[in-house]
Ligand binder design. Structure first.
Ligand SMILES: *[C@@H]1O[C@H](CO)[C@@H](O)[C@H](O)[C@H]1NC(C)=O
Length: 395
C-alpha cells in the first residue's frame, strides 16, 4: 500500500517535472515569451463592451472611447475620462452628447473641456500586463488619479497593440512606439504642454513609462513631463522572471533560479529585457545634464505577491546612484535609509532623495497588494504632490 503511494507519487512528480521542462522549452521561444510577459490574450473584460463605459460604472458620456493612430499603422484603443466635478459642472451639455465610440474625438464636448481649459491637467495612464483599459482595479484607479482636483484632472488610458481592441502583437519596441504616439496625441492634438502632463503606470506599464520618459528627456530640446508615478515597478525582465508568480501563485522560473548555471543559460533566451534599471538611470542622467526638473514617485506594497517590493528598492538605488555624483552602493544607501527613512507605522515607510534638479521618492507600503493599491489615497497624494510641485497654486 505504502509502496503504491510512493509509486504514484513518483510518477506524478515525474509528470510535473516533464510538464515544467516542456514549459521551459516553450519559454525559450519569443512568441511564447511575449504571451507570458504581456498576457495580452487574457482580457478579463470578455463579457463587457468597452464602447459602453457606462457598463464599467461611468456616468453617461463621462468616458469617451476613441482611437489614436499608432506610428506603425494600427489604431490604439483609448478612453478619455472626465473627472467628476468637471462632469457635474457640465452635466447638461454632456448628456446632450452622443454616447459611445467617438470617430472624431475633437468634435466631442469632453475633449474641448480638456483642450480649451488652460488649467486642465492630463494623466496619461499606462496599464500593466493583461486585460484592457476596463479591467480589474483600473477603473477605481482612474477615480483615485483625479480625486485630488476633480474639476481639473483628466485621464487618458489606452490599450497597447495586441491588447483588447488594439490590433497587433506586443513587443518592447512596439509598446514604446504606442505610448509615444499617445503622448504625441496629448501634446499635439489636445495641445497640453508637458508641464501639465503626468504619466502614471503600474506593473508592466512602469517599464513603458520609464522608456517613454527617457525617450522624451533625450530629445533636443528635451521634453520633460510634470512627473511620473510608478506603482509596482520591476528592475528588468530577467530579474523579474526569477521571482514572478503568475496571478501571485504559479512560480515561473523561481524553481530554476536555485540552479544559477541553468538559470543564467535560460536568461540568455530572454530577448526583451525591459531594463527599467538602465532607463531610470538614463532618464535622471539626461535631466541632470540638461538642468531639467524631474519628479519620480515609486510606490510598492510589501504584500505584492506578483512583483516583490524589493524591485522598487533596487530601482530606487539605481536612481539615487545616478543622482549622487560619486555614486553610492546599495549597502551605503541602506545605511542612509536606516537613519533618515520616514517610518509611517502601519502605512509603511518613505524615503526621498533630492538634487538641485530633481526628486525621487520611494513609498513602500505595508498593504495594497499588486493592484488594489492603484485605487488608494496614496495614489491621489502622489498625483497632487507632483502637480503642486510644478505649480504651487494647483491645490
Ligand atoms: C473633427 O471635428 C472637428 C471639430 O468639429 C472638425 O473641425 C474636423 O474637421 C473633424 N475632422 C474630421 C476628420 O472629420
Amino acid at each position: 500500500m505504502v509502496c503504491l503511494v510512493f509509486k504514484y507519487a513518483s510518477i506524478s512528480a515525474a509528470v510535473l517535472v516533464g510538464l515544467y521542462a516542456g514549459l521551459l522549452g516553450l519559454l525559450t521561444t519569443s512568441s511564447f515569451q511575449a504571451h507570458v510577459v504581456y498576457l495580452h490574450k487574457i482580457q478579463m473584460t470578455w463579457f463587457k463592451d468597452l464602447d459602453i463605459p457606462e457598463s464599467f460604472g461611468f456616468l453617461r458620456c463621462q468616458t469617451t472611447p476613441f482611437s489614436i493612430k499608432s506610428p506603425t499603422g494600427g489604431m490604439l484603443y483609448a478612453w478619455h475620462i472626465l473627472p467628476i466635478e468637471l462632469y457635474r459642472q457640465h452635466e447638461p451639455a454632456l448628456l446632450a452628447e452622443p454616447a459611445g465610440f467617438a470617430l472624431n474625438i475633437t468634435s466631442r464636448f469632453g475633449f474641448k473641456l480638456l483642450r480649451d481649459e488652460p488649467d486642465a491637467r492630463l494623466i496619461i495612464h499606462m496599464h500593466g500586463a493583461a486585460g484592457t483599459v476596463g479591467s480589474g482595479y483600473r477603473v477605481p484607479n482612474y477615480r483615485a488619479l483625479s480625486a485630488g482636483q476633480p474639476s481639473k484632472i483628466h485621464v487618458v488610458t489606452f490599450d497597447y497593440r495586441g491588447f483588447g481592441r488594439s490590433p497587433g502583437t506586443p513587443s518592447e519596441r512596439g509598446l514604446c512606439l504606442d505610448a509615444i504616439a499617445v503622448v504625441d496625441w496629448a501634446t499635439k492634438v489636445a495641445g497640453i504642454p508637458p508641464s501639465r502632463i503626468l504619466i502614471f503606470s503600474q506593473s508592466m506599464g512602469t517599464a513603458v513609462n520609464l522608456a517613454v520618459s527617457e525617450h522624451f528627456a533625450l530629445q533636443s530640446p528635451p521634453i520633460v513631463f510634470a512627473g511620473a508615478i510608478l506603482v509596482a515597478p520591476f528592475v528588468d525582465v530577467p530579474t523579474l522572471v526569477a521571482t514572478y508568480r503568475i496571478a501571485g501563485s504559479i512560480p515561473l522560473l523561481s524553481p530554476l533560479a536555485r540552479f544559477p548555471v541553468l538559470f543564467n543559460y535560460f536568461q540568455t533566451f530572454i530577448k526583451e529585457t525591459w531594463s527599467s534599471k538602465d532607463r531610470i538611470a538614463g532618464y535622471i542622467r539626461a535631466n541632470e545634464a540638461n538642468g531639467e526638473t524631474y519628479r519620480l514617485i515609486l510606490i510598492h506594497a510589501e504584500d505584492d505577491y506578483d512583483i516583490p517590493s524589493h524591485h522598487t528598492e533596487v530601482l530606487f538605488w539605481h536612481a539615487v546612484n545616478t543622482m549622487v555624483p560619486r555614486g553610492i552602493t546599495y549597502e551605503e544607501l541602506e545605511e542612509v535609509k536606516d537613519k533618515s527613512k520616514r517610518d509611517l507605522g502601519a502605512a509603511g515607510s518613505l524615503m526621498e532623495w533630492r538634487t538641485e534638479n530633481g526628486v525621487v521618492r520611494e513609498e513602500v507600503l505595508k498593504t495594497g497588494l499588486h493592484d488594489v493599491v492603484m485605487g488608494n489615497p496614496v495614489v491621489t497624494m502622489a498625483v497632487m504632490r507632483i502637480f503642486e510641485a510644478v505649480d504651487p497654486s494647483f491645490n
